[in-house]
Design a binder for this molecule. Structure first.
Ligand SMILES: [Zn+2]
Length: 108
């Protein structure tokens, strides 16, 4: 018979950080970071409704579905060419590797 010991709450953040994870389902365009969104917007000549990277990053603290969708569609609007999708996927894989995260499936 196993006896389960409670994990002290102060150890949880570190335990969760190092714990292996699997991302079973991700809409990969939602993984775009503000820096890459601005880089792709500049490369493709796409205007963004945010003044700069900092303004876009602050919009990530969305407050309702519409503010989330505004951000999501602004990010997706810069994805125009095959290279854009490659860059987005590569950034996601690099980020995932740093989190010991296995990807189960990515969708667009
Ligand atoms: Zn889905």
């Amino acid at each position: 018979m196993f006896k389960v010991h409670a994990i002290p709450s102060h150890r949880l953040p570190e335990l969760l950080r190092v714990m292996p994870k699997a991302e079973l389902h991700i809409h990969i365009e939602g993984s775009l970071e503000p820096e890459l969104i601005f880089a792709l917007a500049q490369r493709n000549g796409v205007p963004l409704p945010y003044a700069d990277v900092a303004a876009l990053r602050s919009a990530y603290a969305f407050t309702n579905l519409q503010s989330f969708l505004d951000l999501y569609y602004a990010g997706a609007s810069v994805l125009l060419h095959e290279q854009d999708f490659y860059d987005m996927a590569w950034a996601y894989f690099e980020k995932s590797q740093g989190r010991s995260c296995g990807a189960g499936g990515a969708v667009f």
